[in-house]
Every structure is written in C-alpha cells, then in structure tokens.
Design a protein around this ligand. Structure first.
Ligand SMILES: CC(C)(COP(=O)(O)OP(=O)(O)OC[C@H]1O[C@@H](n2cnc3c(N)ncnc32)[C@H](O)[C@@H]1OP(=O)(O)O)[C@@H](O)C(=O)NCCC(=O)NCCS
Length: 270
C-alpha cells in the first residue's frame, strides 16, 4: 500500500485517496486506520451484504496528510519500482529514466576511483547515463539479455550490479558491479551479488555465471572468492581499457555448485 500511495500522490498527482469498507468488516477498517486514513463518512444502506442492505464506511487520506507523515518515507525506495529486497537495508531495483540524474551524480562523485577499473566512467556524460538506462538497462530486461540494476542502501542509490555478456547455449553470463566509496566495506556488494546469483540460477535458468576482474583489482577479486566462486584462471591481455591491456582473473560458479552450495574443491558457496 505504501508503494501505491507514492504512485497515486507522486506519480499520478492525486490529492486524495479513499478506502471504502463494508461497515462491520473490522479487519478492512483496521487496515485503513493503520495506514493513517481518517474516517470520513458512513453511507447507510449503500450496498448489499448478502440480501440485506449494508453500510459503507469511507476512510480518506489527503496528499498533505501523507506528505506530513513523511510521504511514505519509511519505504526505502524513492519511487515504486520493480525491486528485489535483499534484507532490511538493501534493495536491488530496476532503473527508471527518472534515475538518470541521481545515477550520474553518483558516477561524477566516484569518477576517479571507478575509472581506474571501469574505463567508461572516465568520460561518462549525463547523456551517456541516460543512454545507458534507456538503451541498455531497460532494453536488457525487454530482450531477456541479462540486467543492470541499481543498488539502494538505506533508501539511497549507491551503485550498480548486473549480468551482461549473456550467451544462450549454455546459458551463461558475467556479473559486473560497482559501489560508491561511502558504501564500500560493509559487505553490501557481496550480499547484492549473492542475490543476483540466486536470481540467475534459481529463476533465470543460467548454467554458469562468472566474474571477471583485472588481476590487480584486489577488492573486486575478493568478492567472488568470498562467495565461493572458483578461480578458473587468468585471461592474459583480455581487456583493453583505452590505454593498456590488462590481464583478467576469471571466477566461475555453475548451477549445480550453487544448488549443492559446494564447489568442486569442497569450498562452501556463501
Ligand atoms: C569492487 C567493489 C564493489 C567491492 O566493494 P566491497 O564493499 O569491498 O565489497 P563487499 O560487499 O564484498 O564487502 C567486503 C568488505 O566489507 C566488509 N564487510 C563488512 N561486513 C561484511 C559482511 N557481512 N560480509 C562480507 N563483508 C563484510 C569486508 O571486511 C570487506 O571490507 P575490507 O576489504 O575493507 O575488509 C568496490 O570496491 C568498487 O566498487 N570498486 C570500484 C569499481 C570496481 O572495481 N568494480 C569491479 C570491476 S570488475
């Protein structure tokens, strides 16, 4: 309901939302009260309950009351959207066009440290960020070509995670990720990637997921190691960042390793 309130008041610009409950349906009336709706009127004999005339109780919520109560601020995400809740403070959500400014501001604040490992960050413009959301993040969902989703921590967008380079036979893809500096060091990306892996294997039918990182990117490499991916080797000169070739460490996880939660080396999959 709280997500719906945002949809009605912010998305559709309504000034008032009402709930009509059959008088005597205590549970339904209790929900309205709990959500902060005010009792407004009881319309007598306004409907039939079985064969008998029944009363209809109206509860109303005005936009000003909703806003004064925090505008649904207890919901972590700023807008209703398709989201995967990982835990109390972490959500993974589909990016929408309206997220372009927030995503771009995040990239700008972190440009230097991201560009060290993700060359696109060096020259990313607001237009480029919009193009990414519309041309890649939303298109990927439509075309079942992996996904790129935002990471929201305590209601703030703090990074991205996704599956790209999807191939069909066998179904496989690579997981990519980045976090803002202030969100590093809390185990957030490990939790987010674990949720992505679960989604990929349990719902999306992937046979194999891998993570590829510059051999020198110790923080990134620590993540698949922490989650029990198997280090499969180093692809030499596999990545050109515009200035130099880099060697890429590859970490893989197979669907049956995920199902059994144990890798071939007996390592526990987190
Ligand atoms: C790669 C990146 C996402 C890793 O972020 P991260 O926060 O270190 O990743 P994790 O979510 O695995 O968190 C691990 C850290 O949280 C700490 N942590 C705290 N609570 C934790 C928990 N419950 N579980 C796991 N780790 C936890 C760990 O100790 C570790 O911190 P430390 O290395 O300082 O000891 C981040 O460094 C980044 O965005 N780098 C720049 C972009 C980049 O390189 N992207 C990858 C390209 S391949």
């Amino acid at each position: 309901m709280r997500g719906l309130h945002r949809h009605f008041f912010e998305g559709r610009g309504l000034d008032r939302v009402a709930i009509g409950a059959v008088r005597g349906n205590d549970r339904s009336e209790a929900v309205a009260r709990r959500l902060g709706y005010r009792p407004e009127a009881v319309l007598r004999h306004a409907l039939l309950v079985g064969d008998d005339p029944g009363d209809l109780a109206f509860y109303g919520l005005l936009r000003s009351e909703w806003a004064a109560d925090g505008g649904g601020g207890r919901d972590p995400l700023p807008l209703p959207r398709f989201a995967l809740r990982v835990d109390d403070e972490l959500e993974l959500g589909l990016l929408e066009r309206a997220d372009a400014d927030a995503l771009h501001a995040l990239i700008e604040r972190n440009r230097e440290r991201l560009a060290r490992w993700l060359p696109w960050a060096e020259s990313q413009t607001l237009e480029g960020t919009r193009g990414f959301i519309e041309g890649r993040a939303l298109a990927a969902i439509a075309q079942a070509d992996g996904f790129e989703i935002g990471v929201w921590w305590r209601g703030r967008l703090v990074g991205m995670v996704g599956i790209h380079a999807v191939r069909r036979h066998p179904r496989r893809g690579s997981i990519g990720y980045w976090l803002a500096a202030e969100a590093e060091g809390h185990g957030l990306m490990a939790r987010a990637v674990r949720a992505v892996v679960a989604k990929g294997f349990d719902d999306l039918g992937f046979e194999r997921l891998d993570i590829r990182a510059d051999v020198d990117n110790a923080r990134s490499r620590a993540l698949p190691e922490r989650l029990g991916f198997r280090h499969e080797g180093v692809l030499r000169r596999a990545f050109f960042d515009g200035r130099r070739y880099a060697d890429q460490a590859v970490y893989g996880l197979l669907s049956d390793e995920w199902s059994s939660r144990v890798t071939p080396r007996g390592q526990r999959v987190a």
